[in-house]
Design a protein around this ligand. Structure first.
Ligand SMILES: [Zn+2]
Length: 148
């Protein structure tokens, strides 16, 4: 799912969330919205690392091409597709945010909600594209990524 869709759906989600829990305030609303989109910064950093290029525009184009290539594969092949590594897309960052929220500030909980919502949307979409269940571990991904 691309940032624009994440932003629009995230906006609706954050608005509903702040309506249900007005005590989170405008800051809570903004943190949930921002984190539901900005979690994808790991995609950009992956691109920078792989291509040694800092252009955000090029990174976007690169992912559009990668996504098209992926969609051209038969559904059964897609889960075997070479995995890209995104260090914020997984359960471990959520656990870390929970710990930070518990010990330091509720702001981390809002980021956790935004990240979790984003991951939920990604999983819903990935399940449409491929048969196998989407994993949710950054550590698992890392070892798979290293092996491929
Ligand atoms: Zn994502």
């Amino acid at each position: 799912m691309f940032p624009k869709q994440h932003f629009l759906i995230g906006l609706v989600f954050s608005a509903l969330f702040v309506t249900a829990f007005p005590q989170i305030g405008i800051l809570g609303f903004l943190l949930i919205l921002a984190s539901s989109v900005l979690i994808d910064v790991d995609h950009y950093l992956y691109y920078v690392h792989e291509e040694k290029n800092w252009s955000l525009k090029n990174a976007f184009k690169w992912f559009v091409i990668k996504h098209k290539e992926y969609l051209q594969l038969p559904k059964t092949e897609r889960s075997k597709h070479r995995k890209l590594f995104f260090f914020l897309h997984g359960i471990e960052p959520l656990i870390l945010l929970f710990i930070l929220g518990y010990f330091f500030h509720t702001w981390f909980y809002y980021i956790l909600i935004g990240f979790a919502f984003h991951l939920f949307l990604d999983i819903v979409q990935i399940k449409k594209y491929q048969d196998s269940l989407y994993k949710l571990s950054v550590i698992y991904d890392w070892f798979r990524f290293k092996r491929d």
